[in-house]
Design a protein around this ligand. Structure first.
Ligand code: UDP
Length: 488
């Protein structure tokens, strides 16, 4: 019987380095808020439970936020639920529905509930034995929502953090909400990335809105000069040319790292450093609409420009809670094979090794920095960390006007928002505009970087979490009268 919960070690990181990014005044405010939060928490442990250690935005954020929290003396810990393929098939269905999309043809009935509850039963028991009364527990996404009753029963303050949501609630989404509601009655906080994502069925007083963030100093986002970018792309087998730099990066723990592992690239020609590149970095998930990006590029951009497109994502099968990735990658490769030969030479599909998260981050960093334009043409998107990552690197970004993408891109200022992600001609028109006007691209990229510095870095995110934790802890001093059923 596999162990259902696994602890992930997170080396602490210091927030001091944010002084250079935030400026002294904002940095002082950050340190004061962190001190206050730490005092309120005392020796309580702040637990985060999710279902994968790598791949995707949640793991990405946990790694960095927990490191900074630990660096300020908060006992923040990360547990990963080792789910079964059956569990992840059910939770992927919930995930797709919470994005308003049906996904596979399967249902969410009694049989699926039985699978979900059975898979979480032992994990719930183990989790409850780990935490102490008064600890703070954050459960991330549908995969771990079912742990809430067991954890609340052990006296911890439980919050459920949903990283996904719908711009407009629909019946499909409602099925997923109905599935999850029975587990969430004892949670004291429901945290969403956007106000419109909050389900009307939840007690509004417990709803909190905290947008995600990126880590400016992680291997994925640290500054890299052009020679290093080229060296990394060369070492990873993604591009060729004269690379005078060394494929070096700084690991999360501060030690030096080097890119050695090569990506598996499906291509008819090797990308040259000189060729203008358009990049989308995403998990292999239909909601990221890789096929739409590929067709839009092939039909409306490739015939008019020498630019190439690279679709980059994790090595197939490396993201354990993403069971559809192999099929989706297969569909993308089929669409790629079907392209006319001349256009196919301009499109590359790259599977990046995930064995070493830091190394993978460095490769994504180099790709995003090398891109002339970054796109994120998702059909639905909880937030879309890849957008903030690219903006932080001074890249103009074209994204769909969906979910959190529209909170990040300022249309016409930091990039373009596509009103209808299915309108491939419109996508192509905007892409050509940026490829053909480097001054516009540079101006938008700079505006994007300023926007991320103001709104989407870790310190803002951490402070919002700490304020929420303070509220939960303060409630202990003034116990509320028995609460009405929090879930309507
Ligand atoms: N990512 C990565 N390697 C990959 C594909 C994606 O490191 O091969 C990262 C990407 O850089 C971003 C995260 O995974 O940090 C994806 O987060 P996002 O919010 O964009 O989408 P999600 O995967 O959560 O739907």
């Amino acid at each position: 019987m596999p162990v259902p919960l696994r602890s992930v070690a997170v080396p602490p990181a210091s927030l001091d380095r944010f002084e250079t990014v935030l400026g002294q005044r904002a940095a002082r405010e950050m340190f004061a808020a962190m001190r206050a939060g730490r005092e309120v928490l005392g020796d309580r442990v702040v637990w985060s439970f999710n279902s994968t250690e790598r791949g995707g935005g949640v793991a990405e954020m946990l790694r960095s936020l927990l490191a900074y929290a630990r660096g300020t003396g908060i006992d923040a810990r990360w547990m990963v639920l080792e789910g079964t393929p059956e569990l992840f098939a059910v939770t992927k269905r919930i995930h797709n529905r919470l994005h308003g999309s049906r996904g596979d043809s399967g249902g969410l009935g009694d049989a699926e509930r039985a699978v979900y509850e059975e898979a979480l039963h032992e994990a719930g028991r183990e989790a409850a034995a780990l935490v102490s009364p008064g600890d703070i527990v954050l459960l991330h996404d549908p995969q771990t929502a079912g742990l809430a009753p067991a954890l609340a029963g052990s006296g911890a303050h439980v919050g459920w953090r949903s990283h996904i949501g719908m711009d407009l609630q629909n019946d499909i989404g409602h099925e997923a909400v109905r599935f999850l509601l029975p587990y969430l009655g004892d949670a004291e906080a429901y945290i969403f990335s956007r106000r419109v994502y909050a389900w009307p069925e939840l007690d509004a007083a417990r709803v909190h809105v905290i947008p995600p963030s990126i880590d400016a100093f992680s291997p994925k986002n640290e500054p890299l000069d052009r020679a290093t970018v080229h060296a990394i792309l060369h070492a990873a087998g993604l591009a060729d040319g004269t690379a005078s730099g060394v494929a070096r990066f700084t690991r999360e723990d501060g030690s030096p790292g080097r890119v050695d592992r090569r990506a598996e690239v499906h291509q008819d020609s090797v990308l040259s450093f000189r060729t203008p590149l358009v990049v989308q970095v995403s998990r292999w998930d239909r909601l990221k609409d890789h096929v739409g990006v590929l067709r839009g590029f092939a039909e409306h951009v490739a015939p008019h420009t020498p630019a190439h497109l690279m679709l980059a994502g994790p090595a197939a099968g490396s993201v354990t809670d993403d069971p559809e990735s192999g099929d989706v990658l297969g569909e993308i490769l089929e669409a790629w094979h079907d392209l006319p030969a001349a256009v196919r030479r301009q499109v590359h599909v790259a599977c990046l090794p995930m064995d070493d998260t830091d190394e993978n981050g460095a490769v994504v960093n180099a790709l995003q920095r090398h891109a002339r334009v970054v796109v994120q043409k998702s059909l639905a998107e909880g937030f879309g960390l890849t957008v903030a990552e690219a903006m932080w690197k001074g890249r103009p970004v074209i994204g769909s006007r969906v979910g959190g993408i529209q909170d990040q891109i300022v249309d016409g200022v930091t990039g373009f928002l596509l009103r209808d992600p299915g309108d491939l001609a419109d996508f192509g028109r905007h892409l050509r505009m940026l490829l053909q006007d480097p001054k516009l691209a540079t101006r938008m990229g700079r505006a994007g970087k300023r926007r991320v510095a103001r709104s989407f870095l870790g310190p803002r995110h951490l402070i919002q979490y700490l304020r929420l934790f303070e509220r939960l802890v303060e409630r202990e001093a003034t116990p509320a009268p028995p609460s009405p059923a929090p879930v309507r």
